[in-house]
Ligand binder design. Structure first.
Ligand code: HEC
Ligand code: HEC
Length: 252
């Protein structure tokens, strides 16, 4: 009995841990030496072409990449979103499938094809946290939540938690607008604002030294719970409204 239990626990444990890291791609072993564009082209042919097309023109599976510059490709690859594993699903953050030099090679290849999009943004580490918080509340919180733990963003999209994003990845997301996220260019958020936002998002990784307030000092859980309950309330009201409309229909 005990042995059985132990076995069950072991299976559970291995199952949960198996869900975490993405196994490295078996054939991602092209050497990074030599011509980066050539290496990038080979990697592209193996891992991207089927969805994004041989001329980066896109396919029914995926958008073209001619508007994806270095920032977009770096964001998608360094956050492990691409190559997309399951077509038709929202790209998710995970361990990157490629080492740094191969990511750079793929960027070089895509850019060499004339893809036009923002270059990798500069991020300075002296961003103003107070300004960052204000900008976050105005531009980001509605989707990502007050504590950046993620939330449902609508249209079937999840705005992910930002607790693992590096300052560079935050800046890249802001400049490129992945998925349904809006794109914020330099006219909307100049460099100092970008630095401030990147610094603020980074500070949320360590809630203890974040300058933020928390709901009746209940902390992130309290805020999340309140948002959740409020959301639930709205859903229930909506369900009633829909129910009433449906009931009303047949009677004309
Ligand atoms: C299984 C299909 C698939 C594969 C393989 C794939 N992608 Fe994608 N890619 C997608 C889809 C679908 C999207 C759009 C996701 C979305 O809805 O935002 C996308 C989006 C992107 C974007 C953002 C485009 C934009 O307009 O914002 C980049 C950059 C990108 N992919 C690069 C790559 C690279 C580089 C590879 C190879 C290493 C790759 N992808 C492999 C399906 C794929
Ligand atoms: C309309 C909702 C929406 C708004 C507003 C929004 N985002 Fe996003 N954000 C998203 C969605 C959806 C994704 C996931 C996109 C994907 O995976 O293709 C995302 C992804 C991100 C990521 C990547 C997280 C990771 O590490 O995986 C970062 C960083 C980010 N957003 C930061 C911001 C910042 C900073 C702002 C404000 C300037 C902002 N977002 C505003 C919806 C939004």
């Amino acid at each position: 009995m005990i042995a059985l239990l132990a076995a069950a626990v072991l299976t559970l444990a291995s199952e949960t841990s198996a869900g975490q890291p993405k196994p490295p791609l078996a054939h991602a072993t092209v050497p990074a030496r030599g011509d980066a564009i050539k290496v990038g082209g080979d990697l592209y042919a193996l891992h991207c072409l089927a969805c994004h097309g041989d001329k980066l023109q896109g396919t029914p599976q995926a958008p073209g990449l001619m508007n994806s510059g270095a920032a977009s490709v770096d964001f998608q690859l360094s956050t492990g979103r691409m190559p997309l594993e399951v077509p038709g699903t929202e790209p998710m953050r995970g361990p990157p499938s490629f080492p740094r030099d191969q990511i750079d090679a793929i960027i070089a290849y895509v850019v060499s094809h004339g893809a036009k999009g923002p270059d990798k943004p500069a991020v300075h580490s002296n961003g103003d946290l107070t300004r960052g918080r204000k900008l976050y509340e105005e531009n980001c919180e509605a989707c990502h939540g007050a504590t950046a733990t993620g939330a449902v963003a609508g249209f079937g999209w999840l705005a992910p938690a930002l607790l693992q994003s590096t300052p560079l990845q935050t800046a890249e997301a802001v400049r490129t607008g992945p998925g349904i996220m809006p794109k914020f260019d330099e006219r909307v958020l100049p460099q100092a604002d970008l630095d401030a936002l990147a610094a603020y998002v980074d500070s949320l990784h360590h809630p203890d030294d974040r300058g933020g307030y928390s709901l009746a000092s209940a902390g992130p859980v309290g805020e999340g719970l309140v948002a959740w309950i409020a959301g639930l309330g709205i859903t229930v009201v909506l369900m009633f409204a829909v129910g009433e409309t449906l009931k009303a229909k047949p009677r004309g």
